[in-house]
Design a protein around this ligand. Sequence first.
Ligand code: COA
Length: 532
Amino acid sequence: MTVLSTLFDTGSEQFRLDRRAMLDALGPLESLADRVLEAGGGKSVDRHRARGKLLARERVDLLLDEDAPFLELSCYAGAHEPAEQPGGRLITGIGPVRGVECVIIASQSTVKGGSLNPDAVAKKLRALEIAEHNRLPVITLVESGGADLPRQAETFIPGGRIFRKLTRLAAAGIPTISLVFGSSTAGGAYLPGMSQYTVLVKQAASVYLGGPPLVKMAINEEIDDESLGGAEMHARVSGLADYLAEDERDALRLGRQIVSDLRWTKAGPGPSLPADPPVHDPGELLACAAADAKRSVDVREILARVLDGSRFDEFKPLYGTQLVTGWGSIAGYPIGILANNGILFSDEANKGAHFIQLANDRSIPLVFVQNITGFMVGSAAERGGIIKDGAKLINAVSNSTVPHLTLMIGASYGAGNYAMSGRAYEPRFVFTWPNHRIAVMGGPQLGGVMSIIRKAAADRAGVEYSDVEDAQVRGEIEDMIDSQSGAIYATGRGWDDGVIDPRDTRAVLGLALSATHSAPVTGTSRFATFRL
Ligand code: COA
C-alpha cells in the first residue's frame, strides 16, 4: 500500500498559527471537562460520600476491566444550557467488562439527584441506540430521582422511550443488566423492571412505583422505605432482584460475573491488518485545521496522522478531486474513507456514490471526514445536474448498510452535512474537533440571504427598509447563527457523540470501530434507483 507523505513545514509561521488556534479552541473544553468531573460539586459529593457511597465515575471504573480504555460519549451534553451542570447528569460510554465491550449508563445522583432533564433523556436514548445498532450489551448503574419534575413537560413523553428501548434490546438478543445502588422510583423502577438481569444493593436500593409519602396519600398505608421497596424485599418476596449484593463493590462484582456468564462473542470480523502507528506525528494534528476558515489543509495530512502506518490507497485520485476516497485501516480494521478537500461538485458526488457501493460490495466500514461548506450552486452546476448527482450520493449514504463513522474537522454546512453522513443519516458514531462549525449555512451567508429577502418584501410592500436597519438585523442574525454553530453548542445539543482533542482521533476511531464490529458487518447491493 502507499504510505502518505507530508508537505507540512512544522517550522513555518502558518503551522504555528494553526496549532495555536486549535489549542485556543481546546481551552473552553478543558474548563468544561473540569466542571463535568466536579459531579455536582462539594456539598453534594460530600453528602454522598458520608453515606458511604461511591461516585458514579468510581462505579464505572470498578465495573470496567482494569486499565481498560473507556470511550466516554456525550461528555458535554447540556453544555449549551448555562444553568446546567454539563454532562447530562449521567455518564455513558463503551468499555470492556470481562473482555466484553458493553454500553455503560451510570446515573450521577450527585447532580440534582440524578434526575433526568431533557439532555439526560436524550443522552440516555443515544446510548441505548448505540447499543442497538452495534449489538452491545447494556449495563445500567441506577441511582436516580427519575424525571426532573419541574421539567416534566419536556421529559415525560420522550422519557418513555427509554423503557421501550430497553425491552426491545433484550427482544433483539442484546443483554440488559441493571445494578441498583439507590433510588429507582416511579418510571425509574422500570429500569430494573425492563432489564434481563438485576442486582440490588442491600440497605441502599429502593425500588417502588410510589414512595412512602405517595402511598400514604393514595391509599393511606403507612410503610417504611425498606419494607416498601428495599433490596431484601425484592430479592426474597417480589422477585424483582435476581441477585442481592452486600454492598456497592459486591454489586459491581456481580455485574462482572453476569457479563462473564453471558459467553458473549462479537458477530463482526476482528482486526485483519497490521495496526502499527502512523509514520507522521499525530501531535501535528493540532495544526491540521486552518486557523482561517477560508483556507483549508489538505485532508491527506490528517489521514497521514490517523491511519495505520499512514497507509492509504487512493481511489480515483484524478477525478472529482475535491472528494478524497480510498482504502486504509485503523487499529487493524480495514476501512474505506471519504474525505472533503473542498465543496462537492457533480463529479465528487458521483465518485462518492460509486465508492460507497464498492465498500458495501466488500462489506468494509466507511469513515467520513467532513469539512464541507456544501454542494456547488449556480447555473453551471444546476445544468450539470448537481441535484441528481447529489441525490445519488445521499441515496448511497442513506442505504449503505456497512457501519459509518463520521469525523467533523471543520465546516459542516447544508446538504454537505447530509451527503457526508451527518447525524440524521445514522452513522454509528459522530465525533468532532473543537474548531468545527455546523449549520444550514454560515452566519454571513444566512444573514445575507435574509437581507435580500427582507429588502424584496419591503419593496413589494412599498415600505422603507434602511441600510442601518438592515445592518442591525443582519448583525443580530449573524451573531445568533454564530453562537449556535460552534462545537460546544452542537455537542451540548447532542448533535454528535463527543468533541475530541484532534490528537486522540486515531484512538477514538479505533475504539469506535472495534465497538461496531460487535455487530455483523454486512454491505448491501440494494440502493434506491440512482438517477443516472
Ligand atoms: N426532579 C428534580 N430535582 C430533583 C428530583 C427530581 N425528580 N429528585 C431530586 N432532585 C433534586 C433536589 O431538588 C435536590 O436539588 P438541590 O441540590 O438543588 O437542592 C437534589 O436533587 C438532591 O435531592 P435530595 O432530596 O436533597 O437528595 P437525597 O439524596 O436525599 O434524595 C432522592 C434523592 C432522589 C431519593 C429524592 O430527592 C427523591 O425522592 N426525589 C423524588 C423521586 C421521585 O419521586 N421521582 C418521581 C419521578 S417520576
